[in-house]
Design a protein around this ligand. Structure first.
Ligand SMILES: Nc1ncnc2c1ncn2[C@@H]1O[C@H](COP(=O)(O)OP(=O)(O)OP(=O)(O)O)[C@@H](O)[C@H]1O
Ligand SMILES: [Mg+2]
Length: 192
C-alpha cells in the first residue's frame, strides 16, 4: 500500500476494500433509481378530509421521477382522492363511530387510512385500506351512481372514476373489518 493510500485509510478509518464496496453499493442504488426498477413507500394518517389532498399530493410526488404526463398525474390523483375520501366518509362514518367509539382517546387512533405504493418498472401499484365498517355488497357498491349517502350529495361515481382512470381496480372488503382498494396504473402507456 503506498503512502497516500495508507494515510487515506487512517484518516477515514475504513479500508480501501470497504470504500470500494460502498461506492459500488451507491452506484447500484443510483442505477436502480434511474431505471425505476423498484421503489416503495407507505403512509398512514388520520381519517380526516384535510388529509385527502395530502395523500394525493404525496402519491403524485412519489411517481414524479417517472416523468408522468399531466394526464397520468391527474388520473392517479383523482383515483387516490376518491379512495381516500371513501375511507374518510364511508368507512369511518357516524354509524361506525357510534358503534366503536368509547370514551377512550386511544380509540381514535384506530381511525386511520393506510397507503402502500410500489413502483415496479413503469407500473404503479397502490393499496389503500381502512379498518372501518366494510362493504356488505361490493358489486352493488361498485355500480356507477350507487351511493348510500344521497342525502349528502354524493353521486356514487367514486369507484367508476377509479376504474376509468386506472388500469386495474380490485376491492376487497369484510363488514366490520374494513376495506382494501387495489389499483394499478401503467405510467408509460403512451410512450415507447
Ligand atoms: N372504504 C369504504 N368503506 C365502506 N363503504 C364504502 C367504502 N368505499 C365505498 N363504500 C361504499 O360504496 C359506495 C359507492 O362508493 P362510491 O365512491 O362509488 O360512491 P360515493 O362515495 O357514495 O359517492 P361519490 O364518490 O361520487 O361522492 C358508497 O356509497 C359506500 O356505501
Ligand atoms: Mg366515493
Amino acid at each position: 500500500m503506498n503512502k497516500l493510500k495508507a494515510s487515506f485509510v487512517t484518516a477515514n478509518t475504513i479500508t480501501e476494500e470497504q470504500f470500494l464496496l460502498n461506492r459500488m453499493k451507491e452506484k447500484e442504488i443510483g442505477r436502480r433509481v434511474e431505471n425505476h426498477i423498484h421503489n416503495e413507500m407507505k403512509l398512514d394518517f388520520d381519517a380526516l378530509s384535510v388529509n385527502e389532498s395530502f395523500a394525493r399530493t404525496a402519491v403524485a410526488a412519489f411517481i414524479s421521477p417517472l416523468n408522468p404526463t399531466l394526464e397520468e398525474l391527474s388520473d392517479v390523483k383523482t383515483a387516490i382522492s376518491e379512495a381516500v375520501t371513501n375511507a374518510v366518509i364511508h368507512a369511518y362514518d357516524e354509524e361506525y363511530y357510534l358503534k366503536h367509539h368509547k370514551p377512550d382517546p386511544e380509540n381514535d387512533e384506530k381511525m386511520k387510512v393506510y397507503i402502500h405504493c410500489e413502483l415496479d418498472k413503469d407500473t404503479l401499484h397502490v393499496e389503500i385500506w381502512d379498518k372501518g365498517k366494510g362493504i356488505a355488497n361490493i358489486d352493488l357498491a361498485m355500480e356507477p351512481l350507487y351511493t348510500e349517502k344521497p342525502e349528502q350529495d354524493r353521486s356514487g361515481m367514486g369507484f367508476a372514476f377509479m376504474e376509468a382512470f386506472m388500469d386495474d381496480l380490485e376491492v376487497i372488503s369484510e363488514p366490520g373489518f374494513g376495506t382494501t382498494v387495489l389499483m394499478k396504473k401503467n405510467l408509460r402507456n403512451n410512450r415507447g
